[in-house]
Design a protein around this ligand. Structure first.
Ligand code: G6P
Length: 365
């Protein structure tokens, strides 16, 4: 029974642990016979798409940011990402041939539903990445790609978000092949990399005690700065939100290159800076940001690939994720942050599954 915690103390931990299976099922669906029709419909919808607008709220918006970086990089298709609450009221420019993609775990978020309806009124073709089958957004979109994550009970999303990421990965690869930016062999190779995600998440979950230790060391912090570049920045947005939601620690994500433009003024002795490092071409850049904040007294918690580690670097805390094609690193890098936030929440005695003031689905404005 999905609404049963089983042996877990909280739904959030149960749902964190369900991610390898959920992602495995979703890949099984889309990469095999039963998902062929969805992929064909996707190709038809996107074949004349000149620009994609991704619209969502909360974590789904963060998944959309990652989707933008991936789709632009892999497929060369222009993508705008926007918060549904802004999109619905500001009359964005929507041209013929553009597609609006909404992302929503529940399929019922009021602003996202309204944004979808606005897109339809404005004559756009629409598609949705949704978890809840038969939900309003699923019913009203021209094409639905389900995430097949199963019911998510914990208010802070985990498997809902990580399955959205994988559907976006599949869209990026499909679009890249449609636009002839990759060969069939390259497409198969990327699919092969995606298939490794479940086992690699399992490896991370086997070492969760390391994150519990990191969490215990950081539970007393009043604020945490998350920095990253490119896909690591988009992941930082979600990592910071997870921490805020369930630990009540003030956390913000910054594009590391923006630190100098104001935020570095906040860094002082013992400030905690979480640095994400999975994008090889940017290792040098993120390292200089680490040095900049360290020289102002910050403590670093680095999360990324082993290969990102610099010789003789001093890091107070670090967590190394298994190697994977860097496009798909966010799917692995989010796991330590879900656990980190979870353990801080538990250490502080917070109601992990039902943090104060938050709702699972914001169905009224
Ligand atoms: C709420 C939840 C978030 C979620 C957001 C969007 O704020 O607490 O976890 O990301 O709504 O929800 P949706 O169901 O549209 O993905």
């Amino acid at each position: 029974d999905a609404a049963d915690k089983g042996n877990y103390e909280h739904f959030m931990m149960k749902e964190i642990q369900e991610q390898p299976q959920a992602i495995g099922m979703l890949l099984g669906h889309y990469l095999q016979e039963e998902g062929k029709e969805d992929m064909q419909k996707l190709r038809e919808l996107l074949s004349t798409c000149s620009r994609l607008h991704i619209v969502a709220c909360g974590s789904a918006y963060h998944a959309g940011m990652t989707g933008k970086y991936l789709i632009e990089n892999l497929a060369g298709v222009a993508v705008e990402v926007e918060l549904a609450s802004e999109f619905r009221y500001r009359r964005p420019v929507l041209n013929e041939g553009e597609v609006v993609l909404v992302i929503s775990q529940s399929g019922e978020t009021a602003d996202t539903v309204a944004a979808l309806r606005e897109a339809k009124v404005r004559g756009c073709r629409t598609m949705a990445i949704v978890n809840a089958q038969g939900s309003t957004i699923a019913r009203e979109s021209d094409l639905v790609l389900y995430t097949y994550a199963g019911p998510e009970i914990s208010v802070a999303t985990t498997k809902g978000y990580s399955t959205q990421l994988v559907v976006l990965d599949l869209i990026a690869v499909e679009l890249a092949s449609l636009k002839e930016r990759i060969t069939d062999a390259e497409k198969n190779k990327l699919h092969g990399e995606l298939m490794q995600i479940p086992a690699k998440i399992r490896q991370i979950l086997e070492h969760k005690e390391k994150l519990q230790r990191a969490a215990n060391e950081c539970a007393g912090k009043k604020q945490v700065f998350f920095i990253g570049r490119s896909l690591d920045y988009t992941l930082a947005l979600e990592a910071a939100l997870k921490l805020k939601e369930i630990s009540y620690i003030h956390a913000e994500a910054y594009a590391a290159g923006e630190l100098k433009h104001g935020t570095i003024a906040l860094i002082e002795q013992d400030s905690l800076v979480v640095a994400i490092e999975t994008q090889q071409e940017l290792y040098d850049k993120i390292h200089s940001n680490i040095v900049e904040v360290q020289s102002r007294g910050a403590k670093i918690f680095a999360v990324g690939f082993e290969a990102a580690k610099k010789e003789k670097e001093t890091l107070e805390l670090e967590y190394r994720i298994p190697e994977i094609q860097p496009f798909f690193a966010p799917s692995l890098a989010i796991i330590p942050f879900q656990l980190f936030a979870y353990y801080i929440s538990v250490a502080k005695g917070i109601d992990v599954d039902k943090p104060r003031n938050l709702a699972k689905s914001v169905t009224v404005e």
